[in-house]
Design a binder for this molecule. Structure first.
Ligand SMILES: *Cc1c(COP(=O)(O)O)cnc(C)c1O
Ligand code: SF4
Length: 353
């Protein structure tokens, strides 16, 4: 396909008004921006960036909620939030050795529909629900998880899998993004899990509270806090700028309701690969009552190599971070190696004094 020459002057000169963040989360989710032109106009990006975005976006479309766009600095192609969502031409070059389609072997660890069972005592449940945001570095970029909603028969099969294994005491809702499911679907899922006696903990891995903070409704909090399950929410923030006041409010609400909130990040070149940035992130998270959990080394998925930070560089960063922060604000540096019984902890050298 050849593209017509693109000039920003062809685009509507009036910027679309920034969407109102007081809209319901459903409306915000339905109106996520998927169009490179629209985003380029809103964010005043140079026109040559659009070509690359159109090309990269063909494999893994642009997708970003307005509430997240509002936190991106206009006209700054190096903005750390923009880099997470904007396809660069780097995505389309042949991948370096070691970068593959399915680095975690998830395609082959499906034990029952929607179930990924790799670790003792806990299972991932892929609840469908597409993501509200498409993160360019995501290892799921080549899998249409979001399109595979489980049928009711498959539900029964996956619940059956958990019921039959009494050693499973924790179910982790994953996705896609489990919180992009509507409440009725989400709550019936929670009820189904509650009815399995040996499950005591429910964990929700989600980026929704960050990209559409309005998702944290009173109704959602009530359902989770009235559960007999102990609830842990693991959000995903890579840079302190992702937490504006609205996000902070949502995160604090969860904490005030007695829900544990942890954060996982991915170490990303030109997004957060610097000590100050990681210090600020941990401090900002804690100011919202969130504790850092994991800092992941990038999973080597095709199309993401330009985000890669070498392990030795990451270890040095961790040493510096450890010398700056109280221990409880230092995330664990981990990587996922297929076939291991847990995430693999990467040890940290001692920073030179
Ligand atoms: C990461 C992951 C988990 C959770 O691991 P924790 O170390 O408990 O956070 C569980 N199952 C799978 C398949 C995972 O990839
Ligand atoms: S699974 Fe997480 S990291 Fe991947 S695109 Fe969705 S929100 Fe982003």
């Amino acid at each position: 396909m050849t593209l017509d020459p693109i000039t920003l002057s062809n685009l509507p000169s009036n910027q679309p008004p920034a969407q109102n963040e007081s809209q319901s989360w459903q409306t915000q989710l339905a109106n996520v921006v998927t169009d490179a032109f629209e985003l380029a106009v809103q964010l005043r990006l140079p026109e040559h960036y659009i070509q690359a975005a159109l090309q990269g976006g063909r494999n893994f479309p642009i997708r970003v909620p307005q509430a997240f766009i509002n936190r991106i600095k206009k006209g700054d192609i190096n903005d750390p939030l923009l880099r997470q969502i904007w396809p660069l031409s780097d995505e389309s070059v042949p991948p370096p050795e070691g970068f593959v389609m399915d680095p975690l072997g998830e395609a082959s660890s499906n034990k029952a529909p929607g179930i990924v069972h790799k670790y003792h005592g806990r299972v991932l449940l892929i609840t469908n629900g597409s993501c509200a945001v498409n993160c360019r570095y995501c290892f799921r970029r080549h899998f249409p998880y979001g399109e595979n909603a489980l049928s009711s028969r498959q539900w029964i099969e996956s619940m059956d899998y958990i019921t039959k294994r009494s050693e499973i005491n924790e179910v982790i809702l994953s996705g896609g993004d489990p919180l992009s499911n509507n409440d009725s679907r989400l709550f019936s899922l929670v009820s189904a899990i509650e009815s399995i006696p040996h499950v005591t903990r429910l964990r929700i891995h989600t980026r929704l509270p960050i990209v559409i903070p309005a998702r944290i409704t009173t109704q959602l909090i009530q359902r989770l806090t009235s559960s007999r399950l102990n609830v842990v929410i693991v959000v995903h923030v890579n840079h302190a700028n992702e937490i504006d006041e609205e996000v902070a409010d949502s995160l604090k609400k969860l904490h005030q309701a007695g829900i544990h909130v942890l954060n996982q990040s991915v170490l990303l070149k030109d997004v957060n690969n610097d000590v100050e940035c990681l210090v600020n992130l941990s401090e900002r998270l804690f100011s919202c009552n969130v504790l850092p959990y994991y800092l992941h080394l990038l999973d080597p998925v095709i199309g993401s190599h330009h985000f890669d930070v070498k392990q030795a560089v990451a270890q040095n960063l961790m040493a510096l971070l450890q010398a700056r922060l109280p221990g409880f604000l230092v995330p664990k540096l981990v990587k996922e190696i297929d076939g291991r019984p847990s995430k693999t902890l990467i040890d940290t050298p001692i920073a030179p004094t």
